[in-house]
Design a protein around this ligand. Structure first.
Ligand SMILES: CCCCCCCCCCCC(=O)SCCNC(=O)CCNC(=O)[C@H](O)C(C)(C)COP(=O)(O)OP(=O)(O)OC[C@H]1O[C@@H](n2cnc3c(N)ncnc32)[C@H](O)[C@@H]1OP(=O)(O)O
Length: 222
């Protein structure tokens, strides 16, 4: 059973975590513009001829493609430099899928982040897609584990959808580690809209032994 007391959305304080501000290459600034386009084009309704805009976007995409390192190289660099956080699909400032959310860590290790999700995350009318809700939980629980010092890969994630999670309104996402037994780690989380509980989750994570190190070595080509 998820204990919602420590996940109270009105708790304040704490310091920002996982915030990477160094944007020497200008990538975060560029991705911010792609996010604007992503938000505007979801179910886009425009009172203008789109063809010239499409041509401009194609040109920009062509120029980026010509200047870009390969996907494989980018994947290898992500893991060799520890840049995962900036590429995460929830908190990552260089991932266009990410809203992105910024989490604060409270004094007992609970993470708390506020976000307003746009139409691109909509499932049922006015509601956040259930898969997106699960993604938010997977990340907040994973980051809570990381900051508590014991982390692993998700082996189960049990989500209870208790009331609709709204799009276009602020929601609060919370998560914390609750127990560690050897390689096994449990964490719990909640999503609220104001005082209303939208969803809760419990996840179990297993420290994957040498698997990730092996993968990182393989991606780095040695
Ligand atoms: C450092 C990370 C950085 C992570 C870096 C950050 C990246 C972000 C990650 C975000 C989160 C994700 O998306 S993770 C991606 C989604 N998850 C995955 O792809 C994981 C796929 N699963 C796996 O690859 C594997 O299950 C492993 C490597 C996690 C564990 O395999 P294993 O080493 O063989 O361990 P195994 O013996 O099977 O299980 C260990 C114990 O857990 C129990 N167990 C296993 N599955 C379950 C289950 N569903 N429900 C209950 N219990 C279970 C087993 O009974 C056993 O208990 P006992 O007999 O010991 O008592």
């Amino acid at each position: 059973m998820v204990e919602t007391g420590p996940l109270d959305p009105s708790r304040g304080g704490g310091g920002r975590i996982d915030r990477v501000d160094d944007d020497e290459a200008g990538l975060f600034a560029l991705v911010d513009q792609v996010r604007r386009i992503r938000a505007l084009t979801t179910g886009g309704l425009f009172d203008t001829d789109l063809d010239p805009l499409t041509a401009q976007l194609r040109e920009v995409a062509d120029r980026l493609e010509a200047a870009s390192a390969s996907t494989e190289r980018r994947q290898a660099v992500t893991w060799s430099t520890g840049d995962y956080v900036t590429n995460c699909p929830v908190v990552g400032r260089s991932n266009v899928l990410a809203p992105p959310i910024a989490f604060d860590i409270l004094d007992d290790g609970t993470l708390r982040g506020e976000v307003t999700l746009g139409l691109e995350y909509q499932g049922p009318p006015a509601c956040v897609h259930g898969g997106m809700v699960a993604l938010l939980f997977d990340v907040v629980l994973g980051r809570a584990n990381f900051h508590a010092g014991a982390t692993g890969m998700t082996v189960y994630l049990d989500v209870d959808y208790r009331s609709p999670t709204p799009v276009l309104e602020p929601i609060v996402v919370t998560g914390r580690q609750v127990r560690v037994e050897g390689r096994k780690i449990w964490a719990q989380g909640a999503i609220h809209a104001g005082d209303r509980l939208c969803a809760t989750a419990e996840g179990m994570f297993v420290e994957p032994g040498g698997l990730l190190l092996e993968n990182r070595r393989r991606l780095a080509g040695g």
